[in-house]
Design a protein around this ligand. Structure first.
Ligand SMILES: Cc1ncc(COP(=O)(O)O)c(C=O)c1O
Length: 409
């Protein structure tokens, strides 16, 4: 042993609550059990054929680097997409020069935090949040200050609560809408009210819109912050093809900002990593041609899955769940002592017809210590029969689990 240690920031980086129980799932599978993965937001809907074809027909003799900001033809196609989006009409048109292509929405988040915050600065995040907001902030030496939202309030984020949380070191607010893990969708009025607070207080408003299309009950797409006039300087959109086109492996996302200085700062990060994936951009450009009807079929499917999972879970004694308006996640309150202990116990011990369920303990979706201890996040990215089986497994498990808390009738 050399005694060489990794960096403190590496050692203390938070483990992904979505993946940290994977060794238990692997052990369950090795012992012959089937595992229903409700822990991860990996859509199972087939990727549009046009996307796959773009990979199959790539014929260049050399797979060269591309432009750091992304291929112009793709950025022009993306600008047309944003300008066509009903939910984005209202603000000035988006131009290709306001878009920077990234390696997934993940890199867009990293770049957005890096180009708005310095070491020791602070970002506000509405908790429960997408855990990488904290992970990426940690990597960049930026502190996360949570603004707690509550299931009983539909995970609403009142602008007044944002205003109250802004401190001297606050540089940005990051929210996802539709929300991961809450499923909450911010209305245009919400975006306007929160964005106005951010603008007036000199705070960037980073809006993660990767689930824009996943809105149910006939509500169309989620409103985009790009459609709110007056936020040109402070609004930054995070986007991705992963969920919209069921193309998580394509690793293509983007940043959209009308703030030219932020775009230029982001470009420096982009130049440091040379170029986003080249063939994947062709595939992502092809994805923009996906017929709206094909996307609609997928959204309708998710709506059926949501309805199945919410109804099944709501019927279990002591389980609390809100019907989410969008995305494909649920925060589920469980009558157990400790959701992580329960999730591990499920993987280690509990089988129904040789099958068990993997859940993501929700404490990793909160920065406030103690919150989320009796909650899990469930993703409804499995077919309805599998979700029905998952509910049956949970129903039987909650009866058998020794750490269950008393349920009042
Ligand atoms: C809210 C949110 N933002 C960003 C991402 C990053 O996605 P990707 O890097 O695949 O584009 C995810 C992935 O699950 C997400 O849930």
């Amino acid at each position: 042993m050399s005694g060489l240690r990794p960096s403190r920031r590496g050692e203390t980086a938070p483990a992904s609550p979505i993946r940290r129980l994977m060794p238990y799932a692997e052990a369950a599978k090795a012992s012959g059990a089937r595992v229903l993965h409700l822990n991860i937001g990996q859509p199972d809907i087939p990727t549009p054929r046009g996307v796959i074809r773009a990979y199959q027909t790539y014929a260049e003799p050399v797979l060269a680097y591309g432009a750091s900001e992304g291929a112009l033809s793709y950025r022009e196609a993306l600008a047309a997409y944003y300008n066509d989006l009903d939910a984005a009409r209202g603000g000035p048109p988006i131009e290709a020069g306001q878009i920077l292509v990234t390696t997934g929405g993940s890199e867009a988040l990293l770049f957005a935090i890096g180009s708005t915050c310095d070491i020791g600065d602070e970002v506000l995040v509405a908790e429960p949040y997408y855990p990488n907001y904290k992970g990426f902030s940690h990597i960049l030496g930026v502190e996360v200050r949570p603004i707690t939202t509550y299931a009983a309030e539909g995970f609403a984020l009142p602008a007044a609560r944002v205003a109250a949380a802004i401190g001297p070191r606050t540089r940005a607010l990051i929210v996802s809408t539709p929300g991961n893990p809450t499923g909450a969708v911010l209305s245009w009025d919400d975006l306007n009210a929160i964005g106005t607070v951010c603008r007036d207080r000199g705070v960037f408003f980073v809006v993660d819109e990767v689930y824009r299309d996943f809105v149910y009950d006939g509500a169309g797409t989620a409103p985009s912050v790009l459609s709110v006039p007056g936020l040109e300087e402070c609004a930054i959109v995070i986007d991705s093809v992963s969920k919209r086109y069921s193309a998580c492996g394509a690793r293509i996302g983007c940043i959209v900002t009308r703030n030219a200085a932020v775009w230029k700062a982001t470009l420096k990060f982009a130049q440091a990593r040379l170029s986003p994936p080249v063939v994947d951009q062709l595939a992502a450009q092809a994805a923009l041609q996906t017929p709206a009807a094909e996307l609609r079929v997928a959204i309708d499917d998710y709506e059926r899955r949501r309805d199945c999972l919410v109804a099944g879970l709501a019927a279990l004694p002591g389980v609390t769940v809100q019907k989410p308006a969008g995305a494909f996640y649920l925060i589920v309150g469980l009558p157990v002592d400790d959701a992580e202990r329960f999730a591990i116990w499920l993987l280690e011990t509990w089988r129904l017809d040789g099958e068990t369920v993997m859940l993501a303990p929700a404490d990793g979706f909160y920065a406030t210590p103690g919150l989320g201890k009796q909650e899990v996040r469930a993703a409804y990215v499995l077919e309805v029969p599998k979700l029905e089986r998952a509910v049956r497994i949970l129903a039987s498990a909650l009866v058998a689990y020794s750490g269950r808390t008393p349920v009042l009738a």
